[in-house]
Ligand binder design. Structure first.
Ligand SMILES: Nc1ncnc2c1ncn2[C@@H]1O[C@H](COP(=O)(O)OP(=O)(O)OP(=O)(O)O)[C@@H](O)[C@H]1O
Length: 241
């Protein structure tokens, strides 16, 4: 379970997250949506302390992670995987090496085992034939599927997605969303920042709608998309749907 309690985040004078309190239960797929600049990515990045909150507490499985020492933060991050907008693959490693690197280094498993697991993950994301290729030879959609396989290779309990399709050409969005959607049925807890509304409606157990640094609505997708409660959500949906 991920729990945020009265989380605030400022960048200098800019107050970006305002008193965020929410709980994400195990097995949930939560999508964070809202206007550009409303604080969605900032919120997501506080969950694994890539951005530290200015005030407030974040609990992962009852542990207040804002109190962790650096080494413990590393351990926590191996349980909270992240997929970034711009893939962040190692350019000088092959696809297979990108996926096996952290399991060997951090999970400390044998190379042969890491390779076996990586091959299974590549199969799962539809890239079994790309193991020995370098990232520069892949399309954006393929790169993002490798990034998802790499995150899964750490066997995280939680997986965070920061606008995973925003950097892709339109024709590659679908293949990545399909992979994420197939993960949603595996029971892994996921938090996804996205501008893909149809996907959010399809895949989420809960929608968090943000505006100006606050959570305005937090509800199941059928209610949010069909009968939003707040004026701000209504205006937002009129613009994007
Ligand atoms: N590292 C930073 N330093 C200073 N300001 C930042 C930083 N990161 C984000 N911000 C500011 O915080 C606000 C919220 O940004 P954030 O990226 O969280 O919004 P978002 O809702 O994810 O937007 P988008 O949908 O456009 O990605 C913006 O005004 C942004 O400029």
């Amino acid at each position: 379970m991920i729990k945020m309690e009265a989380v605030n985040k400022s960048f200098g004078k800019l107050h970006v997250l305002k008193d965020i309190t929410t709980t994400i239960n195990d097995g949930e797929v939560v999508t964070i949506i809202g206007p550009s600049g409303s604080g969605k990515s900032t919120l997501l990045r506080t969950i694994n302390l890539l951005g530290e909150p200015t005030t407030g507490a974040i609990f992962i499985d009852e542990q207040n992670i804002t109190l962790l020492k650096e080494k413990q933060v590393m351990q926590m991050r191996s349980e909270v995987g992240m997929v970034f907008q711009h893939f962040n693959l190692f350019p000088h490693k092959t696809v297979l090496e990108n996926i096996t690197y952290a399991p060997i280094k951090v999970r400390k498993i044998e190379k042969a085992q890491a390779v076996k697991e990586a091959e299974a993950l590549l199969q799962q994301v539809g890239l079994a034939d790309k193991a020995d290729v370098y990232p520069s030879k892949l399309s954006g959609g393929q790169k993002q599927r490798v990034a998802i396989a790499r995150a899964l290779a750490m066997k995280p309990k939680y997986l965070l997605f920061d606008e995973p399709t925003s950097a892709l050409d339109p024709e590659m969005v679908k293949e990545v969303l399909e992979v994420i959607q197939s993960l949603a049925t595996t029971g892994i807890t996921m938090v996804i920042v996205t501008h893909e509304m149809a996907f959010a409606e399809r895949v989420s157990s809960k929608i968090i709608f943000m505006d100006e640094g606050k959570i305005i609505e937090e509800t199941e997708p059928s209610i949010f998309f069909e009968a939003p409660q707040s004026e701000r959500a209504k205006i937002f949906l009129e613009k994007v749907l």
